[in-house]
Design a protein around this ligand. Structure first.
Ligand code: GCW
Length: 712
């Protein structure tokens, strides 16, 4: 019996220090700073909130959970004020103290989703907004301020989202596999829906609301028409009902050939009256289940998906047909610009621009074209997509990939905010200096009516949601940037680390530095100097610079074009002229290999192996040094993490440590494979300072990985 109690005691002790990551950044760990704890406790004695609506009930639950765990108190929830230490939460006219402390202009400026969080003269706190959802966002921000142990005195936050549609795209299949998903299976338990609403759905909605994400497209863009049948719409309705209190609107992917597949129509031609009627009827049916259905996300005429091209119609004709169907219900269509065709004799990275630019201004107002950050396909580095700043009369939204299809799956620690920020802050020059990509999508520069940002989700049934513990930071960063595309990677990392681990600067500082460097480290060990699309075929895991023998635009050699004298894709005005799709002076900047930023060199230029790069090294030596720098960077990350053992619960510490071991092994794999393969062309020796590969090229080329996650 004694042993039994000892085991129980041990498990309880361990459980205090073991965390499996399920709580994400919503851990609400006890406030560590005693002075702050005391001041919080004195300032939050009494919470005045008339939690009648489901959203306000959700806000109250969050406050109860957060405050009891962080402050060790259960504040009173009342309808009236008592002395000081009140926190009043309500719409502008809910309470006198709010009326007296939020002016009409501010309230107008924050719109439907913004909030005001401020201390009043007589030392009370108010959270007010124009809607319940705005209040919920204000409550989450308030709790985050406590979690990050920022002072409440003189607090005065007036914030609102800079884009309207802030949405996760789940490439989830109805059989619960997730395309390019590396965190287990799809969260959506279709088999048990609509009856079973797993608590996990509510935690998913909480996590998204806590970072202002207000949309979720539940199904894969390689769409399955079945999702639009009553059997599935019943299930989708159950999820939409569960998410609604958290301001999370549901969208679905529309398969363009659905009229033919579901009701045997002879065509899906968007100009065919019967087809238009079919979609109008289908949409009305969807809205009968989900009155606030967001609308459709569509991948068409791409990678085998059906679309308007099948009927010699344009992308606008296809999108507008669906837009007309959802418009009466207030719905939108997110139409993806990821359109390319192997039979088009044109540089693949130019095709989307060539397809969509001529259609500028031809899309309905309730269509928003969803454009990947780069013109190819979510590579570790790409120049920004020329459609940003290229379409001035069309609603465009950003599509980032949060799942790491080309950045190490969920075994590599790669903080993506620097990649997102690099794209958002690039100057398109569409309206002269300062025309950043962010300004071309938030409506501030080009006046679009519809704005947004989509993130291809990295979430699955893994207990820690994202596979890698640090994958959570990418979900968090995506949400924060969709809310405010001008936030910096630094501040986002700082917020996330403090809420996910500890506020102790001995941990925050080195981990933030590691996170901020991790994307460049990955670029260095995978695709330095502008190399791109040299991953293994199919599953896309591991190196494959030798990939050939399939449609050219799905090989690696199409992109690096290595030969005995040079390497790189000539996209200059003398080559494919992809640079010509950018505004001046961006086009000239990229066109000239002297001014082209070296991180894009081999993206835009074909360069001899003995070309002298800025460091004075030959291109070959610089490439080798960068691959080594990538490997060394991972080893530095390992050392950093190992030095922080005492700050982290043993479970998450050990898990990340193991993953960093995989990352180091795979960085070496990438370096050795690529250097040995490219050396066969350059015929130049691997420099002294670079570790020599311990295997042959043949060994690496014969690696076959089976049953890889995310590839079905
Ligand atoms: O990167 C590619 C992926 C495909 C994906 C496609 C897309 C959903 O390899 O799996 O298909 O992008 O963005 O549609």
């Amino acid at each position: 019996m004694k042993t039994f109690f000892l085991v129980i005691l041990l498990l309880c002790t361990l459980s205090a220090f073991s965390e499996d990551g399920y709580n994400l950044w919503l851990r609400y760990a006890p406030v560590e700073n005693a002075v702050l704890l005391q001041s919080y406790q004195s300032q939050i004695k009494n919470i005045v909130i008339n939690a009648e609506t489901p959203t306000l009930k959700a806000a109250r639950n969050e406050l109860e959970t957060g405050l009891s765990k962080m402050l060790g108190i259960r504040p009173a929830f009342t309808e009236t004020f008592k002395g000081v230490g009140n926190l009043a939460i309500g719409l502008p006219h809910a309470f006198e103290v709010i009326k007296d402390n939020a002016n009409a202009q501010e309230l107008q400026n924050i719109g439907a989703e913004g909030f005001i969080l401020r201390q009043t003269e007589n030392n009370n706190l108010i959270i007010t907004a124009n809607t319940d959802i705005g209040l919920l966002y204000g409550v989450f921000r308030f709790l985050q301020i406590l979690q990050q142990e920022q002072p409440l005195s003189d607090i005065n936050v007036v914030d609102s989202p800079k884009t309207q549609i802030r949405i996760l795209n789940h490439w989830d299949n109805l059989n619960r596999t997730v395309e390019r998903g590396y965190a287990g299976f799809s969260l959506w338990d279709w088999f048990r829906l609509p009856e079973v609403i797993h608590p996990r759905y509510i935690d998913y909605a909480r996590a998204n609301a806590s970072i202002g994400i207000n949309g979720t497209a539940l199904t894969n863009v390689n769409a399955n028409a079945q999702i639009l049948t009553p059997v599935y719409l019943e299930k989708v309705k159950a999820l939409a009902d569960a998410f609604r209190p958290y301001g999370l609107k549901v969208y679905l992917t529309a398969r363009f050939s659905a009229p033919m597949e579901l009701d045997k129509l002879p065509t899906a031609d968007p100009l065919d009256k019967q087809v238009q009627e079919w979609w109008k009827k289908k949409v009305a049916e969807v809205y009968s289940y989900i009155p606030d259905f967001g609308g459709f996300l569509v991948k068409a005429d791409s990678e085998g998906q059906p679309g308007p091209h099948n009927y010699n119609r344009t992308q606008a004709e296809g999108a507008n047909m669906l837009a007309d169907a959802v418009a009466p219900h207030g719905g939108i269509v997110m139409w993806r610009a990821f359109v390319y065709d192997q039979h088009v004799p044109e540089d693949r990275t130019k095709q989307a621009y060539n397809e969509f630019k001529p259609l500028d201004g031809k899309f309905r107002d309730n269509v928003i074209v969803q454009v990947k950050n780069g013109p190819l396909d979510f590579q570790p580095r790409e120049p920004f997509h020329p459609l940003f700043g290229g379409m001035e009369k069309t609603n465009l939204m950003m599509e980032f990939q949060v799942t790491q299809e080309y950045l190490g799956f969920s075994t590599h620690l790669v903080y993506l905010a620097p990649l997102y920020e690099e794209c958002l802050q690039f100057d398109t020059h569409v309206k002269g200096e300062g025309s950043t990509v962010a300004k071309t999508i938030d409506g501030s520069l080009l006046g679009q009516k519809l704005t947004g940002m989509a993130g291809v989700s990295n979430i699955g049934t893994d207990r820690n949601w994202t596979g890698h513990t640090f994958g959570q930071a990418n979900w968090y960063a995506f949400g924060r940037l969709a809310w405010n595309p001008y936030l910096g990677s630094h501040e986002i990392a700082d917020e996330w680390i403090k809420m996910t681990f500890t506020k102790n600067s001995g941990f925050v500082k080195p981990v933030k530095e590691m996170m901020l460097k991790s994307r460049e480290i990955c670029v260095n060990y995978m695709t330095p100097l502008g190399l791109h699309h040299i991953m293994a075929a199919g599953h896309h895991h591991g190196p494959g610079p030798w990939v050939d023998g399939r449609r050219p635009d799905w090989t690696a050699i199409y992109y690096h074009r290595a030969s005995p004298d040079s390497i790189g894709f000539d996209r200059t005005s003398a080559g494919s002229n992809a640079v010509g799709q950018y505004h001046e002076p961006v086009a000239k900047l990229f066109d000239n290999n002297e001014t082209c930023p070296e991180e894009y060199l081999l993206w835009f230029h074909r360069v001899p192996w003995d070309y002298r790069v800025k460091s004075g090294n030959t291109l070959w030596n610089e490439m080798a040094f960068r691959y080594q720098k990538g490997v060394d960077g991972v080893r530095k990350m390992q050392k950093t993490w190992d030095s922080l053992k005492d700050y982290v619960d043993f479970e998450r510490f050990g898990y990340v440590e193991s993953l960093l071991g995989i990352q180091e092994k795979e960085a070496v794999w990438w370096r050795n494979s690529c250097l040995l393969y490219f050396q066969a062309f350059s015929n130049m020796p691997i420099p002294e300072a670079v570790e020599k590969p311990d295997k042959t090229l043949d060994f690496y080329m014969n690696i076959r990985e089976l049953y890889m996650p995310g590839h079905h």
